[in-house]
Design a binder for this molecule. Sequence first.
Ligand code: GLA
Length: 366
Amino acid sequence: MLARIRSRCIGGQSDAACGETPTEYGRPIAVPVSRIRRVLPSPEEYRWFRAPGRVNLMGDHTDYNGGLVLPIAIGLECVVAVRPRDDGEVSLRSLDVVEDDWTRYVDAVREVIAPARGVDGVLASSVPPGSGLSSSAALEVAVALALGGGGLAPVELALACQRAEHLATGVPSGVMDQLASVASRADRALLIDCRSLELRYVRIPDDAAIVVVHSGVPRTLERSAYSERRAACEQIATVLGLGSLRDATLDQVLDEPLARHVVTENARVEQTAAALEIGNIVRVGELMLESHASLRDDYRVSTPELDLLVEQLVSAGAHGARLTGAGFGGCVVAIAPRKTATDIARVFPTAWTFEAANGAGPLSQP
Ligand code: GLA
């Protein structure tokens, strides 16, 4: 049984409804820190923590197959401010509807972190839920830090938060989102080997703009075929006599579209890292287009809206684009020369241009 937690939601829609805060995808644009400061009588009595969302540049549906991924942390984040309380209770309120039934995530994080002390606090998030930008991982990691999880090694913290995600949703997701939120570094993409959990940092070339556009179609992993895809991949690996599809060769999976995606996508992660390292963003764009085609045709997780966005982004000047995250809705990520990012923003007024951000941690003097 999960521990019961007193949590409630205030603000959110009502902020927007009373015209105080402009919203974007139903989420106030103002940064979470300033919104939390406004509702705390004495903010300096609180300890503050932040955890970013992520956008994955390459390597989707590879993490749970023991494969490779290449995300960056982004400037959208979940922030939690807490102060200790003596009775061991965890009482958080949220300024946003951070997720459907968001308290189950807090509950699950408490379960895995087993904090020594209780806390009172407030949280807010600028990561839109259902966008494929890891709103739930940002929530889990920020809450885990607020409950004392910062004492864990980064990989352990990410694994604990992945367990919390499984507990909260029942979806057997991989570790990419939580590890990206915990371990990312500014100006770098994070190459994660999801079998060994080794991390490598890959510099993003200065002339590259990472542009993200929301399809407007929200996705929830629970309602998607995510679990079915994972089970099918494990089944194929078993038939091939392999521990995971990470060990499959292209020859072994030529007639298995799901496994073919995984094998070719792992190769594209390595090729993308190599292209970024030599500053060849045209090549990164080509690889993104190949990845999107593979996710669309072999892994079958795209939608007509995502396919159209990919085409439109290329017409607007991007070198390439692909769906990012689980698919079935959510966002498209593109790579473009910095000088064309403003042209793209003219075509897509709601596009974000993200710099690779630092991973989660405490905030001093917010
Ligand atoms: C979701 C999951 C991740 C990963 C991606 C697809 O974001 O949480 O673990 O599997 O989908 O790459």
